[in-house]
Design a protein around this ligand. Structure first.
Ligand code: 13P
Ligand code: SF4
Length: 312
């Protein structure tokens, strides 16, 4: 019978389903994906689609965000194990403890957090709009300090980008994938590829970001490559971004800063899992009404401050 790709495409038609894939996914997933991009772009696509079923090939907080933005659709996560290590570093109890230590300070949560966490924060942000969100929240609240969670490195990078004018007090979460990089990796790469532009994600350790030629979100890194005409680029973010850039810009040379830049959880979803999720309509994301409403208020505040950012 048909190949797995053909079977999935047939099922998509039969069930009026759409497949959204994050840039960090195994590249094979792109063969069946309707849209490929960063987490917020995919959420927007989830909101816009007329499909009845959304298969979200990414990690669970992304599928949850899609469900929040499209509550009437059935949202499926191909593999339940696909959670974000960083998002799972904070729970409601530890969030409340963190807030209690800093009473009265407004709270920004990175989109890499569960709906239950978003429900208890003032405003959400992505790595593309974190600076604007922090600045705007502090200005509106008339304060010069905000709480930021779960990623301490993104929070501290924002603080330094804003010239230290706003104190960003961070929760001690981090991304184990990006934190595998050290300043020594950058120094070694500079010696090997002295003419290469080094592009880093702000989830990297701040000592790594400080040595990069450009620091930006997934979307901003991809745009940087698109808009510039350098011959060589060194990628300091998850390998999926490197794989797609290499595929899409054959005239340019790319180096991955370290082979360790692989998010294992992002690689769980395979074509088999997507097929099974579609056939069985399994691993559906469900959220209770109260959490959904509060988490949506947190996301909507972000949309009021800054327009969502898109990859393509
Ligand atoms: P994006 O929001 O850019 O998709 O990134 C998500 C992520 O997990 C970064 O490590
Ligand atoms: Fe989470 Fe890091 Fe994986 Fe992104 S790369 S999904 S932040 S663990």
């Amino acid at each position: 019978m048909n190949s797995l790709v053909e079977k999935i495409n047939l099922l998509k038609k039969e069930k009026n389903a759409v497949i959204l894939a994050h840039c960090y996914q195994n590249a094979e997933v792109d063969e069946v994906a309707d849209f490929v991009g960063d987490s917020l772009y995919l959420s927007r696509k989830a909101k816009e689609t007329n499909a009845d079923i959304i298969v979200f090939s990414g990690v669970s907080f992304m599928a949850e965000t899609a469900k929040l933005l499209s509550p009437d659709k059935k949202v499926l996560l191909p593999r339940l194990e696909a959670g974000c290590f960083m998002a799972n570093m904070i729970n409601v109890d530890s969030l409340r403890e963190f807030k209690a230590k800093h009473p009265g300070i407004p709270t920004v949560c990175y989109v890499n957090s569960t709906a239950a966490i978003k429900a208890e924060c003032d405003v959400c942000c992505t790595s593309s709009n974190a600076k604007d969100v922090v600045k705007n929240l502090a200005e509106k609240a008339g304060v010069n300090e905000v709480l930021f969670l779960p990623d301490t490195y993104l929070g501290k990078w924002v603080e330094s980008e804003l010239g230290g004018k706003i104190k960003v007090t961070t929760y001690n979460g981090f991304c184990p994938t990006h934190l595998r990089l050290r300043a020594e990796d950058v120094e070694k790469s500079r010696l090997e590829h002295p003419n290469s532009k080094l592009l880093a994600h702000p989830e990297c350790h701040n000592t790594v970001s400080a040595l990069a030629d450009f620091v930006g979100s997934t979307k901003e890194i991809m745009e940087y490559v698109h808009k510039t005409n350098f011959k060589e680029y060194t990628i300091a973010t998850e390998k999926g971004v490197f794989d797609r850039l290499k595929r899409d810009y054959s005239g340019k040379t790319f180096y991955l800063l370290s082979e360790k830049l692989v998010c294992q959880n992002m690689k769980w979803n395979t074509l088999d899992d997507i097929y099974n999720a579609l056939v069985r309509e399994e691993h559906e994301i469900t959220l209770d009404e109260e959490t959904s409403q509060k988490a949506m208020a947190c996301i909507n505040k972000m949309f009021e401050i800054t327009q969502p950012v898109l990859v393509r």
